[in-house]
Design a protein around this ligand. Structure first.
Ligand SMILES: Nc1ncnc2c1ncn2[C@@H]1O[C@H](COP(=O)(O)OP(=O)(O)O)[C@@H](O)[C@H]1O
Ligand SMILES: [Mg+2]
Length: 251
């Protein structure tokens, strides 16, 4: 029987490429024939909007609150989306006295795990209750980072939170890898940062880096993933290569 690999795209910093990576990797996996669900767990709804989904009755908020049955939007062949909703912004406060509130997403996804190959969760730029739900439901997390020295400064906080979750809620949770995004190999700073990360995290830095690429920045406006918007762009090629690396690493 199938059992979906569940992967959270995690970094409490905004603008590091969580959403771009979630959408691009999900679509690339589905194009290889895997059945993929992308969960947009950010109240900003960027992943949903970048795929042309604006407001949907079935969304991760209504499902987590038990207001709607779990259902998906079919984004393309083998590629399903559980969209976000602006209401997610109130989730943490509303759930503050709910028993087992860290397990709501895990519980919601359980009925579909056997029907999917991958579930990719696009996290919000914070380490609050929604992100804790994502990490409780996941077996792996992937961190996109920008190639600046500052990008590493939040990492110890992130790892502390992950370690608490591993101890208390989900001992299976593992770092699948770190993605260097918006990388420009001609910039010394970018190359230096890659070396620093490599020396800290050894084999955890994916060898595929994602270049700065205008098509990746434009694709969301066209309501298409990079794989449809500009399939031969450097960005699309890099994300397909990264997807191969992820598949091989998680085998
Ligand atoms: N490799 C890239 N090259 C150029 N622009 C990028 C790249 N990756 C992301 N962007 C753009 O940078 C911004 C932040 O990316 P996003 O994926 O939304 O980050 P996050 O989800 O971590 O906040 C977006 O406008 C996105 O289109
Ligand atoms: Mg995002």
């Amino acid at each position: 029987m199938k059992s979906a690999k569940i992967i959270s795209l995690l970094n409490q910093k905004g603008g590091v490429g969580k959403t771009t990576s979630s959408v691009s990797i999900s679509h690339a996996l589905s194009m290889k024939g895997y059945k993929v669900l992308l969960v947009d767990l950010d109240a900003q709804c960027n992943a949903s909007e970048s795929l042309g989904v604006n407001s949907s009755k079935v969304n991760v908020y209504s499902v987590l609150k038990g207001q709607e049955k779990l259902d998906f939007i079919n984004a393309s062949d083998n590629f399903y989306l559980l969209p976000a909703s602006l209401d997610l912004a109130a989730f943490e406060l509303e759930m503050s006295s709910e028993a087992g509130r860290e397990y709501l997403l895990k519980e919601a996804l359980e009925p579909v795990i056997a029907h999917l190959d991958f579930i990719i969760i696009d996290c919000s730029p914070n380490l609050g209750l929604l992100t804790i739900n994502a990490l409780t439901a996941s077996e792996y997390y992937i961190c996109p980072v920008l190639p600046h020295h500052l990008s590493i400064t939040g990492f110890s906080t992130l790892l502390e939170v992950v370690n608490k979750i591993k101890r208390r809620l989900n001992e299976k949770l593992k770092l699948a890898g770190i993605i260097m995004t918006q990388f420009n190999k001609h910039k010394v700073l970018h190359r230096e940062t890659a070396e620093v990360i490599q020396s800290h995290f050894e084999d955890k830095l994916f060898s595929t880096t994602i270049p700065e690429n205008i098509s990746l920045a434009e694709a969301p406006t066209s309501k298409q993933s990079i794989m449809d918007y500009a399939p031969t762009s450097k960005g699309a090629i890099a994300y397909r290569q990264l997807t191969e690396e992820i598949i091989n690493k998680l085998k």
